[in-house]
Design a protein around this ligand. Structure first.
Ligand code: ADP
Length: 386
């Protein structure tokens, strides 16, 4: 079945009114960034960020209007700060100030996306760079890699935060050895939790582990925006985002709406063969987020008794694949019970065995990530879906 067209989407959005202008959001020229792929629709509603609180209902109505078009499988609308110089009657003039609503955008972009992207995308003011750690599928060691990478970057003297966006299975509270609930002295802004010098925020702190949460794409984005904008991150050189596994709707929306300086893809040797890593790479490329490189996890098996290394799935495949894909190969991490026990026990190997070979491998990866992120500014991201 052919995908819905932009004209159909705009037609459906004619029924959604701007509450201030009392005209449709389409005639107020507030709709931008329409992207459609395989029945999944995403678009932005450009508003005055000071009025974000007043537009949450509009956002939901717009999503519902588009979701009702035959052939649309999912509809995700995000509120973004209006483009400079675009005067829209609907968002001008006095009005009650709204806080950052779920799904809304903080007008201050992280430093990485200087220029237009910073103004359009969410992010807390003191965060210089945001780096996503992603994987084509679950269980490849994405969270383990994210935490050890964060600790490696911290060991290099950088101010680091960890945003656990893996709302489906948040593991950073366990891996960082932090429990309890974040405080909110003013009832609006949450103080991040902290351990090993890493500031951390996770749905795992807010929702108990045995409480199943059914997340729809827009909810994931809303929760993430809040964890980004409504958390007192302070000054950070790099905020690591532990992404939800996979390359679906939620991941694409996050990549599109978060001012990412770059992304790191974690993959196992089997994964690389099965092209899961390639899917992750293509997703980031689509939204113009630079892929900083691929990390091969569980690369070889290390025998805990004799230290013998067995390359169960062959050797060098990831490196060759990275070369073929034109992306850096950041390094390989062996499958070692010590890595599992330490990260699952809340004492990741970079802090519990800082002089060991695994910590050194993570540090070498952290150095490359630091160099490519802090080494230069990135271009403003643009959305293109084929
Ligand atoms: P993901 O975030 O991709 O779902 P996790 O990081 O939660 O994966 O890892 C899944 C399991 O594999 C965890 O128990 C973790 O400790 C273990 N693990 C991850 N990487 C390694 C490794 N290199 N060696 C041994 N165990 C690992």
């Amino acid at each position: 079945m052919a995908d819905v067209t932009e004209a159909q989407i705009l037609d459906a959005l004619q029924s959604v009114q701007d509450p201030f202008a009392k005209r449709s959001v389409v005639s107020c020229d507030m709709i931008s960034g329409i992207a459609v792929k395989n029945g999944m629709v995403q678009f932005s509603i450009e508003i005055d960020p000071a009025k974000a609180g007043d537009y949450e209902t509009v956002r939901r109505k717009a999503e519902d209007a588009v979701a009702a078009i035959p052939g649309v499988l999912s509809s995700t609308a995000v509120l973004t700060a209006e483009s400079k110089g675009k005067a829209k009657g609907g968002t001008q003039g006095a009005g009650p100030k709204g806080g950052a609503a779920a799904g809304s955008q903080n007008p201050q972009g992280a430093g990485a996306g200087s220029g237009t992207s910073g103004a359009k995308k969410g992010g807390a003011a003191g965060i210089k760079h945001i780096v996503a750690v992603a994987s084509g599928k679950g269980g490849v060691g994405k969270s383990t890699t994210a935490v050890n990478l964060a600790l490696g970057l911290k060991a290099l003297g950088l101010k680091i935060g960890m945003l656990d966006a893996d709302v489906y299975g948040p593991s950073q509270p366990r891996m960082l050895g932090v429990s309890g609930r974040p405080e909110s002295p003013d009832g609006k802004i949450l103080k991040p939790m902290e351990n090993y010098g890493i500031k951390a925020m996770s749905m795992g702190f807010l929702v108990s582990e045995d409480q199943p949460v059914v997340w729809r794409g827009p909810m994931v984005m809303g929760a993430l925006q809040q964890m980004l904008a409504d958390v007192d991150w302070g000054d950070l050189d790099i905020l690591i985002v532990d992404m939800p596994p996979g390359t679906g709707d939620a991941q694409l929306t996050i990549s599109q709406n978060t001012p990412l300086s770059g992304a790191v893809i974690v993959s196992t040797p089997q994964d690389i063969a099965l092209l899961d890593a390639r899917k992750g790479l293509n997703m980031f490329r689509k939204v113009d987020v630079p892929v900083l490189g691929i990390i091969e996890n569980m690369s070889m098996y290390v025998c805990p008794n004799c230290g013998h290394e067995a390359h169960v799935f062959g050797h060098g495949g990831a490196k060759r694949e990275a070369e073929k894909l034109g992306t850096p190969f950041l390094g390989e991490i062996p499958l070692d019970i010590l890595i599992r026990e330490t990260s699952d026990g809340g004492r990741p190997v970079v802090v519990s065995e800082p002089d060991g070979p695994h910590a050194k491998a993570y540090l070498a990866i952290a150095e490359q990530v630091r160099d490519s992120v802090l080494g230069g500014a990135r271009q403003a991201p643009k959305i293109s879906m084929e």
